[in-house]
Design a protein around this ligand. Structure first.
Ligand SMILES: Cc1cc2nc3c(=O)[nH]c(=O)nc-3n(C[C@H](O)[C@H](O)[C@H](O)COP(=O)(O)OP(=O)(O)OC[C@H]3O[C@@H](n4cnc5c(N)ncnc54)[C@H](O)[C@@H]3O)c2cc1C
Length: 457
Protein backbone atom coordinates (compact mmCIF):
# COMPACT_ATOMS: atom_id res chain seq x y z
CA UNK A 1 0.00 0.00 0.00
CA UNK A 2 1.41 3.40 -0.87
CA UNK A 3 -0.10 6.84 -0.56
CA UNK A 4 0.31 9.66 -3.05
CA UNK A 5 -1.07 13.18 -3.08
CA UNK A 6 -2.28 15.18 -6.06
CA UNK A 7 -4.09 18.43 -6.74
CA UNK A 8 -6.73 16.48 -8.64
CA UNK A 9 -7.63 12.80 -8.86
CA UNK A 10 -9.93 11.77 -11.72
CA UNK A 11 -11.72 8.42 -11.89
CA UNK A 12 -12.37 7.50 -15.53
CA UNK A 13 -10.61 8.80 -18.64
CA UNK A 14 -13.47 9.09 -21.13
CA UNK A 15 -14.53 12.36 -22.75
CA UNK A 16 -15.30 14.01 -19.40
CA UNK A 17 -12.35 12.67 -17.42
CA UNK A 18 -9.58 13.24 -19.95
CA UNK A 19 -10.81 16.73 -20.85
CA UNK A 20 -10.66 17.64 -17.15
CA UNK A 21 -7.15 16.15 -16.89
CA UNK A 22 -5.80 18.06 -19.90
CA UNK A 23 -7.28 21.40 -18.77
CA UNK A 24 -6.15 20.91 -15.17
CA UNK A 25 -2.64 20.09 -16.37
CA UNK A 26 -2.61 23.31 -18.44
CA UNK A 27 -3.56 25.13 -15.26
CA UNK A 28 -0.51 23.61 -13.55
CA UNK A 29 -2.30 21.10 -11.38
CA UNK A 30 -0.71 17.77 -10.56
CA UNK A 31 -3.25 15.26 -11.85
CA UNK A 32 -3.83 11.52 -11.28
CA UNK A 33 -5.98 9.92 -13.99
CA UNK A 34 -7.33 6.45 -13.19
CA UNK A 35 -8.53 4.21 -16.03
CA UNK A 36 -9.37 0.51 -16.05
CA UNK A 37 -9.50 0.18 -19.82
CA UNK A 38 -8.27 2.57 -22.52
CA UNK A 39 -7.85 6.33 -22.31
CA UNK A 40 -10.58 7.86 -24.45
CA UNK A 41 -13.46 5.81 -23.04
CA UNK A 42 -16.70 4.94 -24.80
CA UNK A 43 -16.63 7.72 -27.38
CA UNK A 44 -13.25 6.88 -28.88
CA UNK A 45 -13.32 3.09 -28.57
CA UNK A 46 -16.99 1.98 -28.59
CA UNK A 47 -19.07 5.01 -29.55
CA UNK A 48 -18.78 8.19 -31.57
CA UNK A 49 -15.68 7.49 -33.62
CA UNK A 50 -15.99 3.82 -34.66
CA UNK A 51 -19.69 4.23 -35.53
CA UNK A 52 -19.00 7.30 -37.64
CA UNK A 53 -16.28 5.38 -39.53
CA UNK A 54 -18.84 2.63 -40.26
CA UNK A 55 -21.31 5.27 -41.41
CA UNK A 56 -18.74 6.62 -43.81
CA UNK A 57 -18.20 3.15 -45.30
CA UNK A 58 -22.00 2.94 -45.55
CA UNK A 59 -22.09 6.24 -47.44
CA UNK A 60 -19.44 5.00 -49.87
CA UNK A 61 -21.56 1.87 -50.46
CA UNK A 62 -24.68 3.96 -51.12
CA UNK A 63 -22.87 6.30 -53.49
CA UNK A 64 -21.42 3.33 -55.38
CA UNK A 65 -24.88 1.74 -55.72
CA UNK A 66 -26.24 5.03 -57.11
CA UNK A 67 -23.19 5.81 -59.26
CA UNK A 68 -24.99 5.39 -62.60
CA UNK A 69 -27.48 8.13 -61.61
CA UNK A 70 -24.52 10.51 -61.61
CA UNK A 71 -23.17 9.17 -64.89
CA UNK A 72 -20.36 7.23 -63.29
CA UNK A 73 -19.77 3.63 -64.31
CA UNK A 74 -19.11 1.67 -61.12
CA UNK A 75 -20.52 -1.57 -59.82
CA UNK A 76 -21.26 -2.31 -56.21
CA UNK A 77 -20.17 -5.86 -55.44
CA UNK A 78 -20.22 -6.51 -51.72
CA UNK A 79 -19.12 -5.33 -48.29
CA UNK A 80 -15.84 -6.73 -46.98
CA UNK A 81 -16.41 -6.40 -43.23
CA UNK A 82 -12.79 -7.30 -42.51
CA UNK A 83 -11.62 -4.34 -44.57
CA UNK A 84 -14.35 -2.05 -43.17
CA UNK A 85 -13.26 -2.94 -39.63
CA UNK A 86 -9.59 -2.44 -40.49
CA UNK A 87 -10.36 1.06 -41.85
CA UNK A 88 -12.39 1.84 -38.69
CA UNK A 89 -9.68 0.51 -36.36
CA UNK A 90 -7.07 2.56 -38.21
CA UNK A 91 -9.00 5.75 -37.42
CA UNK A 92 -9.50 4.79 -33.77
CA UNK A 93 -5.85 3.74 -33.35
CA UNK A 94 -4.54 6.99 -34.81
CA UNK A 95 -6.73 9.10 -32.54
CA UNK A 96 -5.88 6.90 -29.54
CA UNK A 97 -2.19 7.38 -30.21
CA UNK A 98 -2.67 11.15 -30.44
CA UNK A 99 -4.69 11.27 -27.22
CA UNK A 100 -2.22 9.04 -25.36
CA UNK A 101 0.52 11.46 -26.41
CA UNK A 102 -1.44 14.40 -24.97
CA UNK A 103 -2.09 12.59 -21.69
CA UNK A 104 1.53 11.45 -21.39
CA UNK A 105 2.91 14.68 -19.94
CA UNK A 106 4.63 15.78 -16.77
CA UNK A 107 1.53 17.05 -14.95
CA UNK A 108 -0.57 13.90 -15.52
CA UNK A 109 0.10 10.44 -14.06
CA UNK A 110 -2.00 7.66 -15.55
CA UNK A 111 -2.90 4.78 -13.22
CA UNK A 112 -4.11 1.70 -15.06
CA UNK A 113 -6.69 -0.32 -13.09
CA UNK A 114 -10.16 -0.22 -11.55
CA UNK A 115 -10.38 2.51 -8.94
CA UNK A 116 -12.69 2.90 -5.95
CA UNK A 117 -13.63 5.91 -3.89
CA UNK A 118 -12.33 4.79 -0.48
CA UNK A 119 -12.35 8.14 1.29
CA UNK A 120 -14.06 11.45 0.55
CA UNK A 121 -11.04 12.56 -1.50
CA UNK A 122 -9.24 9.25 -2.04
CA UNK A 123 -9.31 6.82 -4.96
CA UNK A 124 -7.67 3.45 -4.38
CA UNK A 125 -6.29 1.61 -7.39
CA UNK A 126 -4.07 -1.49 -7.36
CA UNK A 127 -3.45 -0.99 -3.65
CA UNK A 128 -2.34 2.64 -4.05
CA UNK A 129 -4.24 5.42 -2.29
CA UNK A 130 -4.41 8.53 -4.44
CA UNK A 131 -5.62 11.50 -2.46
CA UNK A 132 -6.55 14.73 -4.17
CA UNK A 133 -7.31 18.22 -2.99
CA UNK A 134 -10.22 17.65 -5.36
CA UNK A 135 -11.71 14.56 -7.00
CA UNK A 136 -13.70 14.14 -10.23
CA UNK A 137 -15.94 11.12 -10.80
CA UNK A 138 -16.18 10.35 -14.53
CA UNK A 139 -17.03 6.66 -14.85
CA UNK A 140 -19.42 7.03 -17.79
CA UNK A 141 -22.30 4.81 -18.85
CA UNK A 142 -23.32 1.32 -19.96
CA UNK A 143 -25.99 0.01 -22.31
CA UNK A 144 -29.40 -0.43 -20.70
CA UNK A 145 -30.92 -3.85 -21.42
CA UNK A 146 -34.40 -3.74 -19.79
CA UNK A 147 -33.67 -7.16 -18.31
CA UNK A 148 -33.01 -8.77 -21.70
CA UNK A 149 -30.15 -11.25 -21.51
CA UNK A 150 -27.29 -10.22 -23.78
CA UNK A 151 -25.42 -13.01 -25.56
CA UNK A 152 -25.51 -15.06 -28.75
CA UNK A 153 -27.84 -13.37 -31.24
CA UNK A 154 -28.87 -10.65 -28.79
CA UNK A 155 -26.30 -7.87 -28.75
CA UNK A 156 -25.65 -4.28 -27.69
CA UNK A 157 -23.71 -1.63 -29.60
CA UNK A 158 -20.49 -3.00 -28.03
CA UNK A 159 -20.89 -6.37 -29.80
CA UNK A 160 -22.34 -4.74 -32.94
CA UNK A 161 -19.02 -2.95 -33.36
CA UNK A 162 -17.13 -6.26 -33.18
CA UNK A 163 -19.14 -8.05 -35.89
CA UNK A 164 -17.15 -9.44 -38.82
CA UNK A 165 -20.18 -10.10 -41.04
CA UNK A 166 -23.25 -8.30 -42.31
CA UNK A 167 -26.37 -9.96 -40.90
CA UNK A 168 -29.12 -10.84 -43.37
CA UNK A 169 -31.89 -9.44 -41.16
CA UNK A 170 -31.57 -7.36 -38.01
CA UNK A 171 -34.19 -6.32 -35.48
CA UNK A 172 -33.36 -3.22 -33.46
CA UNK A 173 -35.05 -2.54 -30.16
CA UNK A 174 -35.14 1.24 -29.79
CA UNK A 175 -35.56 3.99 -32.37
CA UNK A 176 -33.39 6.56 -30.59
CA UNK A 177 -29.97 7.85 -31.65
CA UNK A 178 -28.04 4.59 -31.43
CA UNK A 179 -30.85 2.45 -32.91
CA UNK A 180 -31.36 4.60 -36.00
CA UNK A 181 -27.59 4.90 -36.48
CA UNK A 182 -27.04 1.14 -36.69
CA UNK A 183 -30.23 0.76 -38.79
CA UNK A 184 -28.71 3.16 -41.30
CA UNK A 185 -25.32 1.39 -41.36
CA UNK A 186 -26.72 -2.12 -41.75
CA UNK A 187 -29.27 -1.10 -44.39
CA UNK A 188 -26.52 0.48 -46.51
CA UNK A 189 -24.48 -2.70 -46.06
CA UNK A 190 -27.40 -4.70 -47.50
CA UNK A 191 -29.24 -6.07 -44.43
CA UNK A 192 -32.99 -6.09 -43.96
CA UNK A 193 -33.68 -3.93 -40.92
CA UNK A 194 -36.70 -3.57 -38.65
CA UNK A 195 -36.80 -1.08 -35.77
CA UNK A 196 -39.14 -1.62 -32.81
CA UNK A 197 -39.88 1.59 -30.90
CA UNK A 198 -42.21 1.97 -27.92
CA UNK A 199 -42.99 5.64 -28.65
CA UNK A 200 -45.19 6.59 -31.58
CA UNK A 201 -42.30 7.97 -33.65
CA UNK A 202 -38.63 7.45 -34.41
CA UNK A 203 -36.14 9.70 -32.56
CA UNK A 204 -38.85 10.63 -30.04
CA UNK A 205 -36.64 13.17 -28.25
CA UNK A 206 -36.41 15.30 -31.39
CA UNK A 207 -38.98 17.72 -32.80
CA UNK A 208 -41.76 15.75 -34.55
CA UNK A 209 -40.80 17.38 -37.88
CA UNK A 210 -37.47 15.52 -37.68
CA UNK A 211 -39.19 12.21 -36.90
CA UNK A 212 -41.49 12.71 -39.88
CA UNK A 213 -38.55 13.40 -42.19
CA UNK A 214 -36.57 10.42 -40.92
CA UNK A 215 -39.53 8.05 -41.17
CA UNK A 216 -40.14 9.18 -44.76
CA UNK A 217 -36.47 8.67 -45.66
CA UNK A 218 -36.27 5.28 -43.92
CA UNK A 219 -39.44 4.07 -45.62
CA UNK A 220 -37.84 5.02 -48.94
CA UNK A 221 -34.68 3.19 -47.96
CA UNK A 222 -36.67 0.04 -47.14
CA UNK A 223 -36.03 0.22 -43.38
CA UNK A 224 -39.09 -1.15 -41.57
CA UNK A 225 -40.25 0.23 -38.25
CA UNK A 226 -42.93 -0.74 -35.78
CA UNK A 227 -43.92 2.23 -33.65
CA UNK A 228 -45.95 2.54 -30.44
CA UNK A 229 -45.22 -1.05 -29.63
CA UNK A 230 -43.28 -2.37 -26.66
CA UNK A 231 -41.55 -5.74 -26.62
CA UNK A 232 -42.89 -8.51 -24.39
CA UNK A 233 -40.44 -11.37 -24.77
CA UNK A 234 -37.23 -12.19 -26.59
CA UNK A 235 -36.55 -15.80 -27.58
CA UNK A 236 -33.32 -17.11 -29.09
CA UNK A 237 -33.53 -20.10 -31.42
CA UNK A 238 -30.69 -21.88 -33.23
CA UNK A 239 -31.78 -20.20 -36.46
CA UNK A 240 -32.67 -16.72 -35.26
CA UNK A 241 -34.18 -14.54 -32.56
CA UNK A 242 -37.86 -13.75 -32.13
CA UNK A 243 -39.23 -10.67 -30.43
CA UNK A 244 -42.84 -10.82 -29.32
CA UNK A 245 -44.52 -7.43 -29.02
CA UNK A 246 -47.23 -6.44 -26.55
CA UNK A 247 -49.82 -6.32 -29.35
CA UNK A 248 -49.04 -9.96 -30.23
CA UNK A 249 -46.95 -9.22 -33.35
CA UNK A 250 -43.73 -11.17 -33.76
CA UNK A 251 -40.50 -10.01 -35.35
CA UNK A 252 -37.90 -12.59 -36.35
CA UNK A 253 -34.33 -11.74 -37.29
CA UNK A 254 -30.83 -13.15 -37.39
CA UNK A 255 -29.61 -10.63 -34.80
CA UNK A 256 -31.35 -8.42 -32.24
CA UNK A 257 -29.64 -5.17 -31.28
CA UNK A 258 -30.80 -3.82 -27.94
CA UNK A 259 -30.51 -0.03 -28.18
CA UNK A 260 -32.86 1.24 -25.50
CA UNK A 261 -30.55 3.87 -24.04
CA UNK A 262 -27.61 4.03 -21.67
CA UNK A 263 -27.56 4.09 -17.90
CA UNK A 264 -24.94 5.47 -15.50
CA UNK A 265 -21.95 3.31 -14.58
CA UNK A 266 -21.68 4.62 -11.04
CA UNK A 267 -22.38 1.72 -8.71
CA UNK A 268 -19.83 -0.64 -7.21
CA UNK A 269 -17.06 1.95 -6.98
CA UNK A 270 -17.67 3.13 -3.42
CA UNK A 271 -19.65 6.27 -4.23
CA UNK A 272 -22.66 5.37 -2.08
CA UNK A 273 -20.45 4.15 0.78
CA UNK A 274 -18.71 7.53 0.88
CA UNK A 275 -22.10 9.28 1.00
CA UNK A 276 -22.23 10.68 -2.56
CA UNK A 277 -25.87 11.67 -3.23
CA UNK A 278 -27.28 9.58 -6.09
CA UNK A 279 -30.60 9.10 -7.83
CA UNK A 280 -31.46 5.99 -9.87
CA UNK A 281 -27.76 5.31 -10.31
CA UNK A 282 -26.85 8.84 -11.47
CA UNK A 283 -24.54 11.04 -9.42
CA UNK A 284 -26.29 14.25 -8.39
CA UNK A 285 -24.48 17.59 -8.60
CA UNK A 286 -25.31 21.26 -8.24
CA UNK A 287 -25.18 23.46 -11.33
CA UNK A 288 -21.40 23.83 -10.84
CA UNK A 289 -21.05 20.04 -11.05
CA UNK A 290 -20.03 19.57 -7.40
CA UNK A 291 -21.61 16.65 -5.57
CA UNK A 292 -22.94 16.93 -2.03
CA UNK A 293 -19.35 16.17 -0.87
CA UNK A 294 -17.23 19.31 -0.92
CA UNK A 295 -14.44 19.09 -3.49
CA UNK A 296 -15.89 15.98 -5.18
CA UNK A 297 -17.22 16.72 -8.66
CA UNK A 298 -18.86 14.59 -11.37
CA UNK A 299 -18.86 15.00 -15.15
CA UNK A 300 -20.16 13.22 -18.25
CA UNK A 301 -22.73 10.47 -18.59
CA UNK A 302 -22.98 9.74 -14.84
CA UNK A 303 -24.54 13.20 -14.38
CA UNK A 304 -28.23 13.37 -15.43
CA UNK A 305 -28.69 15.13 -18.76
CA UNK A 306 -27.70 14.68 -22.40
CA UNK A 307 -25.26 11.78 -22.78
CA UNK A 308 -22.95 13.31 -25.36
CA UNK A 309 -19.18 13.40 -25.67
CA UNK A 310 -18.96 17.16 -26.25
CA UNK A 311 -21.04 17.77 -23.11
CA UNK A 312 -18.48 15.64 -21.25
CA UNK A 313 -15.57 17.60 -22.77
CA UNK A 314 -17.07 20.94 -21.72
CA UNK A 315 -18.03 19.73 -18.25
CA UNK A 316 -14.47 18.44 -17.77
CA UNK A 317 -12.97 21.77 -18.82
CA UNK A 318 -15.50 23.59 -16.63
CA UNK A 319 -14.63 21.64 -13.47
CA UNK A 320 -10.87 22.03 -13.97
CA UNK A 321 -11.36 25.80 -14.31
CA UNK A 322 -13.78 25.89 -11.38
CA UNK A 323 -11.21 24.19 -9.17
CA UNK A 324 -8.57 26.65 -10.38
CA UNK A 325 -10.85 29.50 -9.28
CA UNK A 326 -11.43 30.85 -12.80
CA UNK A 327 -15.22 31.06 -12.28
CA UNK A 328 -16.13 29.58 -15.69
CA UNK A 329 -19.55 30.05 -17.27
CA UNK A 330 -21.68 27.04 -16.38
CA UNK A 331 -22.54 24.41 -18.96
CA UNK A 332 -26.12 24.99 -20.04
CA UNK A 333 -27.96 21.87 -21.28
CA UNK A 334 -30.26 24.02 -23.43
CA UNK A 335 -27.43 25.15 -25.71
CA UNK A 336 -25.78 21.75 -26.29
CA UNK A 337 -25.86 20.80 -29.99
CA UNK A 338 -27.24 17.35 -30.84
CA UNK A 339 -26.59 15.33 -33.97
CA UNK A 340 -28.26 12.05 -34.89
CA UNK A 341 -25.85 10.33 -37.25
CA UNK A 342 -27.62 8.33 -39.92
CA UNK A 343 -28.68 8.87 -43.52
CA UNK A 344 -30.19 11.46 -43.54
CA UNK A 345 -28.68 13.20 -40.49
CA UNK A 346 -30.55 15.26 -37.92
CA UNK A 347 -28.97 18.31 -36.29
CA UNK A 348 -30.68 20.26 -33.54
CA UNK A 349 -30.07 22.74 -30.76
CA UNK A 350 -32.39 24.54 -28.35
CA UNK A 351 -36.07 23.82 -27.85
CA UNK A 352 -38.51 21.73 -29.86
CA UNK A 353 -41.74 23.47 -30.89
CA UNK A 354 -43.65 21.75 -28.06
CA UNK A 355 -41.03 22.73 -25.47
CA UNK A 356 -40.98 26.33 -26.73
CA UNK A 357 -44.78 26.60 -26.57
CA UNK A 358 -44.82 25.16 -23.09
CA UNK A 359 -42.12 27.55 -21.91
CA UNK A 360 -43.26 30.78 -23.58
CA UNK A 361 -46.95 30.14 -24.41
CA UNK A 362 -48.35 28.89 -27.72
CA UNK A 363 -49.06 32.42 -29.00
CA UNK A 364 -45.58 33.69 -28.15
CA UNK A 365 -43.55 31.58 -30.59
CA UNK A 366 -43.51 31.29 -34.36
CA UNK A 367 -41.93 28.65 -36.58
CA UNK A 368 -40.71 28.38 -40.13
CA UNK A 369 -39.81 25.32 -42.19
CA UNK A 370 -37.49 25.77 -45.15
CA UNK A 371 -37.63 22.80 -47.50
CA UNK A 372 -34.27 21.63 -48.88
CA UNK A 373 -36.02 21.13 -52.25
CA UNK A 374 -35.25 24.82 -52.81
CA UNK A 375 -31.54 24.42 -51.97
CA UNK A 376 -29.17 23.90 -54.91
CA UNK A 377 -26.53 21.81 -53.14
CA UNK A 378 -29.15 19.50 -51.61
CA UNK A 379 -30.46 18.85 -55.11
CA UNK A 380 -26.94 18.12 -56.32
CA UNK A 381 -26.41 15.65 -53.48
CA UNK A 382 -29.89 14.20 -53.96
CA UNK A 383 -31.05 14.76 -50.40
CA UNK A 384 -34.45 15.79 -49.09
CA UNK A 385 -35.11 17.51 -45.79
CA UNK A 386 -35.99 20.71 -43.96
CA UNK A 387 -34.59 23.39 -41.70
CA UNK A 388 -37.12 24.20 -38.99
CA UNK A 389 -36.65 27.33 -36.91
CA UNK A 390 -38.49 28.31 -33.77
CA UNK A 391 -38.35 31.89 -32.56
CA UNK A 392 -39.86 33.84 -29.74
CA UNK A 393 -42.13 36.40 -31.40
CA UNK A 394 -40.13 39.65 -31.52
CA UNK A 395 -37.32 37.69 -29.90
CA UNK A 396 -34.42 35.36 -30.63
CA UNK A 397 -34.21 31.98 -32.33
CA UNK A 398 -34.78 29.42 -29.56
CA UNK A 399 -34.81 26.19 -31.56
CA UNK A 400 -33.04 24.91 -34.67
CA UNK A 401 -33.81 21.54 -36.26
CA UNK A 402 -32.46 20.28 -39.57
CA UNK A 403 -32.71 16.97 -41.42
CA UNK A 404 -30.81 16.11 -44.59
CA UNK A 405 -27.60 14.39 -45.71
CA UNK A 406 -24.60 15.84 -43.84
CA UNK A 407 -26.89 18.07 -41.73
CA UNK A 408 -24.59 17.48 -38.77
CA UNK A 409 -21.97 19.68 -40.44
CA UNK A 410 -24.39 22.64 -40.15
CA UNK A 411 -24.74 22.48 -36.38
CA UNK A 412 -21.82 24.86 -35.77
CA UNK A 413 -23.61 27.94 -37.07
CA UNK A 414 -26.91 26.79 -35.59
CA UNK A 415 -25.50 26.55 -32.09
CA UNK A 416 -23.92 30.02 -32.34
CA UNK A 417 -27.30 31.45 -33.41
CA UNK A 418 -29.16 29.83 -30.52
CA UNK A 419 -26.47 30.34 -27.87
CA UNK A 420 -25.82 33.97 -28.85
CA UNK A 421 -29.59 34.50 -28.79
CA UNK A 422 -29.56 35.90 -32.33
CA UNK A 423 -32.74 37.28 -33.84
CA UNK A 424 -33.67 36.07 -37.35
CA UNK A 425 -33.21 39.74 -38.35
CA UNK A 426 -29.56 39.52 -37.14
CA UNK A 427 -28.84 36.42 -39.23
CA UNK A 428 -30.81 37.42 -42.35
CA UNK A 429 -28.25 39.99 -43.64
CA UNK A 430 -25.28 37.65 -43.08
CA UNK A 431 -24.17 36.14 -46.39
CA UNK A 432 -24.18 32.36 -46.81
CA UNK A 433 -22.04 30.98 -49.63
CA UNK A 434 -23.80 29.64 -52.74
CA UNK A 435 -24.26 26.79 -53.46
CA UNK A 436 -23.90 25.14 -50.07
CA UNK A 437 -26.30 23.31 -47.79
CA UNK A 438 -25.38 25.96 -45.25
CA UNK A 439 -27.28 28.42 -47.42
CA UNK A 440 -30.49 26.74 -46.25
CA UNK A 441 -29.83 28.25 -42.81
CA UNK A 442 -29.53 31.72 -44.35
CA UNK A 443 -32.71 31.19 -46.39
CA UNK A 444 -34.68 30.02 -43.35
CA UNK A 445 -33.66 33.13 -41.40
CA UNK A 446 -34.45 35.40 -44.33
CA UNK A 447 -37.92 33.87 -44.45
CA UNK A 448 -38.45 34.11 -40.70
CA UNK A 449 -37.36 37.76 -40.86
CA UNK A 450 -40.11 38.28 -43.43
CA UNK A 451 -38.03 38.44 -46.64
CA UNK A 452 -37.75 34.96 -48.18
CA UNK A 453 -35.54 34.55 -51.27
CA UNK A 454 -35.87 31.05 -52.78
CA UNK A 455 -39.01 30.21 -50.79
CA UNK A 456 -42.57 31.28 -50.24
CA UNK A 457 -43.33 33.39 -47.19
C1 LIG B 1 -22.61 3.49 -30.04
C2 LIG B 1 -22.43 4.86 -29.44
C3 LIG B 1 -22.30 5.96 -30.26
C4 LIG B 1 -22.13 7.21 -29.73
N1 LIG B 1 -21.99 8.27 -30.58
C5 LIG B 1 -21.84 9.51 -30.08
C6 LIG B 1 -21.66 10.61 -30.95
O1 LIG B 1 -21.61 10.47 -32.17
N2 LIG B 1 -21.50 11.84 -30.40
C7 LIG B 1 -21.53 12.04 -29.05
O2 LIG B 1 -21.40 13.19 -28.61
N3 LIG B 1 -21.69 11.01 -28.20
C8 LIG B 1 -21.84 9.75 -28.68
N4 LIG B 1 -21.96 8.70 -27.82
C9 LIG B 1 -21.97 8.98 -26.36
C10 LIG B 1 -20.56 9.22 -25.82
O3 LIG B 1 -19.76 8.11 -26.13
C11 LIG B 1 -20.63 9.45 -24.33
O4 LIG B 1 -21.50 10.52 -24.05
C12 LIG B 1 -19.26 9.79 -23.74
O5 LIG B 1 -18.33 8.77 -24.01
C13 LIG B 1 -19.39 10.00 -22.23
O6 LIG B 1 -18.13 10.30 -21.69
P1 LIG B 1 -17.81 9.97 -20.16
O7 LIG B 1 -16.46 10.53 -19.89
O8 LIG B 1 -18.93 10.37 -19.29
O9 LIG B 1 -17.78 8.38 -20.07
P2 LIG B 1 -17.02 7.25 -20.88
O10 LIG B 1 -16.59 7.70 -22.20
O11 LIG B 1 -17.90 6.05 -20.80
O12 LIG B 1 -15.70 7.01 -20.03
C14 LIG B 1 -15.70 6.46 -18.77
C15 LIG B 1 -14.35 5.81 -18.54
O13 LIG B 1 -14.24 5.45 -17.19
C16 LIG B 1 -13.61 4.19 -17.10
N5 LIG B 1 -14.02 3.62 -15.81
C17 LIG B 1 -15.28 3.35 -15.40
N6 LIG B 1 -15.26 2.93 -14.13
C18 LIG B 1 -13.96 2.92 -13.73
C19 LIG B 1 -13.30 2.59 -12.53
N7 LIG B 1 -13.96 2.19 -11.45
N8 LIG B 1 -11.97 2.69 -12.48
C20 LIG B 1 -11.25 3.10 -13.57
N9 LIG B 1 -11.82 3.43 -14.73
C21 LIG B 1 -13.17 3.36 -14.80
C22 LIG B 1 -14.13 3.44 -18.31
O14 LIG B 1 -13.28 2.36 -18.65
C23 LIG B 1 -14.16 4.54 -19.35
O15 LIG B 1 -12.94 4.61 -20.05
C24 LIG B 1 -22.09 7.40 -28.32
C25 LIG B 1 -22.19 6.30 -27.47
C26 LIG B 1 -22.35 5.04 -28.02
C27 LIG B 1 -22.43 3.86 -27.09
Amino acid sequence: MSDQNFDLVILGSGSGGYAAALRAAQLDMKVALVEKDKVGGTCLHKGCIPTKALLHSAEVADVTKEASHYGVNATFQSIDMGAVNAYRDGIVDKLYKGLSGLVNQKNITLFQGEGRLTGPKTITVNGENLTGKNVILATGSNTRTLGIEIGGRVITSDQALQMDFVPSRVAILGGGVIGVEFASIWRSFGAEVVIIEGADRLVPNEDPAMSKGLERAYRKRGIEFKLGNKFKTVTQLPTGVTVELENGDQVTAEILLVAVGRGPNATGFGFEEQGVAMDRGFVLTNDRLETNLSGVYAVGDIVPGLQLAHRGFMQGIFVAEEIAGLKPIKVDEYGIPRVTYCEPEIASVGLTEAQAKEKFGADKVSTYEYNLAGNGKSNILGTAGVVKLIREINGPVIGFHMIGSRAGEQIGEAQLIVNWEAYPEDVAPLIHAHPTMNEAIGEAHLALAGKPLHAHA
